[in-house]
Design a protein around this ligand. Structure first.
Ligand SMILES: [Zn+2]
Length: 202
């Protein structure tokens, strides 16, 4: 007797694809795109050969989803990782929080670290938390207000340090470490929150 346990959905789309491609979706299903004439046996072989990769991806997504499930963005707003049940305009709340908490924090850290910037603006990026561009113009993602304060601090100091080193060289990280000896931990912890960048919290 053969017992097959399918613990995830496999969706196969055949079409004008040159190659077989595969990805694990946010709800943990497997999505496969295959060239029109490729046989199901070949596709099955492909899935079998990629089993360990699939498991790893699924694990990653489960961890993210578990972490994500601690938040209720529908009913709450978050300031420095603290939930508030506010019914007012969420966008307004976050913009005000950015203005009243983040802007002064940037000014304070800039002074304390003796690292300057010229202009601060808000970004809505789905990829990055912040950047320091030419002429030390700083951009920070408005969702930074949702993060624990130590991670917001890490992002700000990271960007301020780019004013001295415009790269991620050893000298750059040494400068960061001078201000934040535990920066490696913070950098790792920030990864747990990267789902925020692509999550609608409004
Ligand atoms: Zn950087």
């Amino acid at each position: 007797m053969i017992i097959v346990i399918i613990y995830y959905m496999i969706k196969i789309i055949k079409g004008r694809y040159k190659n077989l491609s595969m990805r694990v979706t946010d709800n943990g299903d497997l999505l496969i795109k295959a060239p029109k004439h490729l046989s199901d046996t070949k596709i099955q072989e492909f899935i079998t050969s990629k089993q360990s990769w699939i498991n790893k991806q699924k694990q990653k997504i489960e961890t993210i989803n578990k972490f994500k499930s601690k938040y209720d963005f529908k009913n709450n707003v978050y300031l420095f990782n603290q939930a508030y049940n506010l019914q007012q305009d969420k966008k307004e709340f976050y913009i005000k929080a950015f203005q009243s908490k983040i802007i002064p924090l940037v000014e304070q850290l800039s002074k304390e670290c003796n690292l300057s910037y010229t202009k601060l603006s808000i970004t809505n990026s789905k990829r990055i938390w912040g950047s320091l561009e030419q002429k030390k113009k700083m951009k920070l993602n408005w969702k930074i207000v949702i993060l624990p304060i130590e991670l917001a601090t890490y992002i700000i100091i990271h960007e301020l340090c780019h004013g001295r080193h415009f790269d991620h060289s050893k000298r750059f990280w040494a400068l960061v470490e001078g201000y934040l000896p535990n920066y490696k931990q913070l950098k790792l912890k920030l990864k747990d929150f990267s789902f925020l960048l692509t999550t609608n919290v409004l």
